[in-house]
Design a protein around this ligand. Structure first.
Ligand code: MSP
Length: 665
């Protein structure tokens, strides 16, 4: 039987001009998680990351610090590497574009394409912006200022080298159509095809040394250095031995997946693919463009001062909680909003309450009632088969999701098993079985839950490599994991004795959570789909014949357009009845009328409004919110409210009476 090809995964190489934030950490953690999963499946893996060190911005950053570019990048690379260590990212190789092995490959690639006639020189005139390092056409700069930075542009006539990208346009379109899984997710593939529907310009791949000296020299013209994207993209092959060690290269290439952010999809899907066609090399199997982490709907940026430092969160909440949050909260491929409140809410709900508490409450009872020993016995409880079948189905779906980089789906499905197990404990009521001395049934309950904890520890392991073994340890098992493909339900050995049940994810009761609780929010489950945020379009790139497309993200990021806003159906409603939900402090069950229709919904406002004061009140509600069950009560919509400066809550209403059911827009 032939061995499956090595799983070769890459991250973008990060610009060595500034420190990294949660967005960069996210891509690298995704590659780490995918690698851990593939390893767990028994596959040979290779995980590459690195640093992109050439270009004008790096040169300028070094100058500002009064040091040489290499001193500057050396310092940053140390910081990158220590961040990866702090996040327990286990890469196999770290490529720096300033390394000799890389320079040689870039020059070999340029020579090959030049000899093949795919690189030619041409002279053009254009308007150049020095700080932005790019040319604009006459039409684009009517005021003779840079459309991006608003600084003056100067007219330049310049000879440069161009890569005949246009020659491969048809081949690329046909390739993408013949390989529907090459660019993911689907909507990003369509964007690339849309981009390719227009004539593709050739790519300017050089910069004269008189303007930029910090780069790799063009081998056939020492007056020029290579354009930074040609330099950077080549890292994916220079690091694995192209062309110096073709035996090693052929064992690893093509990459199984290039993980990239949506802003750099064009460079990967178009520039890189056409370069590979020209070199006669196969294309990577998958290019996966994930979405962005945004803050309050906007882009994270140093100048705005809203950059999230991953180390702050890891220091506060631990690596695994941080890793878990990123992959559960973001639907991989879509954007997601980061907030520490969302973090704490998800931590408490999924980790402390669901998984952590399942283990803790079961093991405490097991220690008290059965000396901590799991007895397999014979399965007679009606749920026994059903839960075993669910576990097998969850494992199957989990593997399919992980193979496709759908991390959030994999975790969501795993939590379905955890929820079922928690529900099972409630149904089976082991405390009652113990009282009634039904020992055989009690043993079965403990065994099923113990087995469930073991099973779930396997599934969360790629995401939470530190805490997953702790779950195994608590139930009394060795902390080494057998290959995931051999994981079957029912393998918890009879007679396993558990350890002391200490909380693995202690509940977070921060002052901030207290405020949220007062506002009724902490009671509510986190958004299970992780995609409640606008899935913003990727910035569009408009290539000019004189210069590569602008790669800066568009200002539209974080802003939604009218059509996107209109997807949220807000309407006026009138409260017909309101009552407290038993055993909760903050929740009210409301029946509201919107036109002909009435709806039941749950609102976390009981600390601020008496039920009787709400009757007849006109409110504004989200009509098309996915129904949810909150504390067992169905909720079909959500009323809007705003926090008040004194920590209270004010329901949103209309300025003058309106009619129930009327749309708010
Ligand atoms: N050097 C180039 C990549 C060359 S790869 C051959 C580069 N570097 S970067 O440091 O600017 O960005 C690297 C990656 O970080 C990109 O994939 C980008 O999408 C990602 N992110 C930067 N900010 C991000 C968020 N806020 N959220 C998620 N990822 C984001 O581009």
């Amino acid at each position: 039987m032939s061995q499956p090809k090595k799983f070769y995964i890459t991250t973008p190489i990060y610009y060595a001009n500034a420190e990294l934030h949660i967005g960069h950490a996210f891509t690298t953690l995704a590659a780490d998680t995918a690698t851990r999963f593939q390893k767990a499946m028994g596959r040979e893996t290779w995980f590459l990351t690195g640093s992109d060190e050439h270009g004008q911005k790096v040169e300028q950053a070094a100058k500002a610090k009064g040091i040489t570019p290499i001193q500057h990048t050396d310092q940053l690379v140390e910081k990158f590497k220590s961040l990866w260590t702090a996040l327990d990212i286990r890469y196999d190789d770290f490529i720096r574009t300033t390394e000799e092995r890389h320079r040689k490959t870039v020059q070999y690639v340029l020579t090959t394409l030049h000899e093949k006639g795919d690189i030619y020189s041409a002279t053009y005139t254009g308007w150049y912006c020095t700080p932005c390092e790019r040319f604009w056409t006459e039409k684009e700069v009517p005021e003779k200022v840079c459309p991006d930075c608003k600084r003056p542009v100067e007219e330049l006539e310049e000879k440069n080298y161009f890569f005949k990208m246009s020659k491969y346009q048809r081949t690329l379109i046909d390739y993408i159509n013949a390989h529907p899984d090459f660019i993911r997710p689907e909507n990003r593939k369509n964007e690339v095809l849309g981009f390719l529907a227009k004539p593709l310009q050739d790519l300017c791949i050089s910069r004269p040394k008189k303007r930029l000296s910090w780069g790799i020299e063009v081998p056939f013209d020492p007056e020029y250095v290579t354009y930074v994207w040609v330099d950077a993209l080549t890292n994916y092959i220079s690091a694995i031995g192209y062309p110096s060690d073709m035996e090693r290269f052929n064992k690893t290439w093509p990459a199984s997946c290039h993980l990239v952010g949506k802003d750099i999809l064009t460079t990967h899907a178009v520039y890189w693919s056409t370069m590979l066609f020209a070199l006669g090399l196969p294309l990577p199997e998958i290019i996966f463009a994930h979405g962005w982490w945004v803050i309050s709907g906007g882009k994270m940026s140093k100048s705005v001062g809203n950059v999230v430092n991953p180390l702050d969160l890891v220091g506060k909440y631990g690596i695994d909680a941080f890793r878990f949050f990123l992959f559960r909260e973001m639907a991989f491929g879509s954007d997601a909003a980061f907030s520490e409140d969302a973090f704490v809410i998800r931590y408490n709900a999924d980790l402390a309450n669901d998984f952590g508490n399942l283990s803790q409450r079961t093991l405490s009872m097991l220690l008290k009632r059965r000396d901590g020993v799991f007895h397999k016995g014979t399965a007679t409880l009606p749920q026994s088969r059903e839960i075993a079948d669910l576990a097998a189905a969850v494992k199957k779906d989990y593997i399919a999701s992980m193979e496709n980089f759908l991390f959030h789906e994999a975790l969501k499905r795993t939590w379905e098993l955890i929820s079922r197990l928690n529900k099972f404990v409630d149904e089976a009521a082991p405390w009652k079985l113990a009282k009634e001395e039904k020992w055989a049934e009690l043993d079965q309950v403990f065994y099923i839950v113990g087995e469930g904890i073991r099973f779930c520890a396997y599934l969360v392991q790629p995401f939470m490599p530190h805490t997953a073994p702790k779950f195994l340890e608590q139930i009394g098992l060795p902390t080494n994991f057998v290959p995931l493909k051999n994981l079957e339900w029912g393998q918890l050995p009879d007679g396993t004795k558990c350890k002391e049940a200490t909380p693995i994810f202690p509940r977070l009761d921060t002052p901030r959570i207290e405020t949220l609780k007062k506002a009724g929010k902490a009671e509510i489950q986190p958004p299970k789909e992780g995609a409640a945020h606008a899935n913003l379009p990727a910035p569009s790139s408009k290539p000019s014949p004189l210069s590569p497309p602008a790669l800066a993200p568009s200002a539209a990021d974080g802003i939604i357009n009218y059509d996107e806003f209109m997807k949220t159906h807000l309407c006026v409603a009138v409260v017909e009845s309101a009552e407290k939900i038993p055993e909760t402090d903050k929740l009210l069950k409301l029946i509201v009328r919107l036109g002909e229709e009435t709806r039941q919904l749950v609102a976390g406002i009981a600390l601020h409004y008496k039920p009787e004061d709400l009757i007849g009140k006109q409110v504004v509600m989200v009509k098309n919110l996915k129904p949810a069950k909150i504390r067992g009560v169905e909720s079909h919509g959500m009323i809007l409210a705003a926090g008040t400066p004194d920590g209270g809550l004010a329901i949103v209403t209309t300025d003058r009476p309106s009619s129930p059911g009327i749309r708010v827009k």
